[in-house]
Write a protein that binds this ligand. Sequence first.
Ligand code: BV8
Length: 252
Amino acid sequence: MLHEARKALMQARRIVVFTGAGMSAESGVPTFRDALTGLWARFSAEALATPEAFARDPALVWGWYEWRRARVRAAQPNAGHRAIAAFAAHRAADDGGCVTVVTQNVDDLHERAGTPAAVHLHGSLFAPRCSACAAPGAFAEADPLEPEDGRHLEPPHCAHCGGTIRPGVVWFGEGLPEAAWAAASAALGDCDLVLCVGTSALVYPAAALPERAVRAGALLVQVNPGRTAFDALARFNLRGSAATVLPALLCG
Ligand code: BV8
C-alpha cells in the first residue's frame, strides 16, 4: 500500500496536502477530539470556539486561546511537518511539480517546519484583531506563560478604537477568510492528488474541498490512525501517524 501510494505521489503534478489537528498531535498540540482539561474541562471545543461563548465570558475564551498559544509556542514541528516541507521544496526544485499545503490548524508548525505559504482556512492563533474595527491587535504578553490548567484572562483592548481584541481564528458559525477560501478552492479544484493528514473530516465547508477534488477526478491518499469520513473517498488509506508515515511516504 505505502509503495503504491508513493508511486502515485511521484506521478502526480499538482498536489494538495490537506491537514487537520492530527498533524500536530505528535508535537504535543491537543486535537479537537481530545477532551479539554483544567479550567475548560467542562466545555467542548465546539462550544468554546464560538462568538457567543466569547460574548458571554471573554476572559474564559481569551484565557483558552492564550493557553493554546503557549502550548504551540512550546511545541516543535514533528517529522511529518518537516517531511511535507522537504517534499514540497524537492518537487518545486526537481521537476516543477506543485505542492500546496491547506490546513485547518491555527498553529504555526507548518511554517516553522519550512512551509512558508500554508493556507490557513480557520485562521491563526498569532493574528489577533479588534472585534469592533478589525484592526490587527497586540497580545498583552508576547510570550504567554500560562499555568498548566489555564486561567481566566481579560482580552486586551484595541489601540485604535478601544474595542475588545479577539483571537484571529474562525469560530463556528463564522464565514471562512475569503482569500484563504479562494486559494484553497483553486488549489483543490485543480489538483490531481490530495493527501489528507490527521483530519476527522467532519467540519464544513473545509471537508467539502477534498470531496470536490475527488469528484473532479483527483486521487485521495489519507494518513490517519483511525477511521474518518474520507475513508470511502480514499484510493489509499494509510493507517498510521503523521510523524511516522509521512517521512516514509514523502522522503523514503
Ligand atoms: C460556517 C478554528 C456559516 C477555531 C475551527 C454542513 C454540515 C454540517 C455542519 C455544518 C455544515 N456547514 C456548516 C456547518 C456548521 C459548522 C460545522 O462544520 N460543524 C461541525 C462540527 C459539524 N461549520 C461552521 O460553523 C463553519 N462556519 O459554516 O459559517 C457562514 C457562512 C458564511 C458567512 C457566515 C457564516 C466554521 C467552521 C470552522 C470552525 N473553526 N477552528 C479554533 O481552532 O479554536 S474548526 C476546528 O475543528 C479545526 O480547525 C478543525 O477544522 C476541526 C477539528 O477537526 P480536525 O482538524 O479534523 O481534528 P479532530 O480533532 O476532529 O480529528 C483529529 C484527527 O486526527 C482524527 O481523525 C484522529 O484519528 C487523527 N489523529 C490523531 N492523532 C494523529 C492523527 N492523525 C495523524 N497522526 C496522528 N498522530
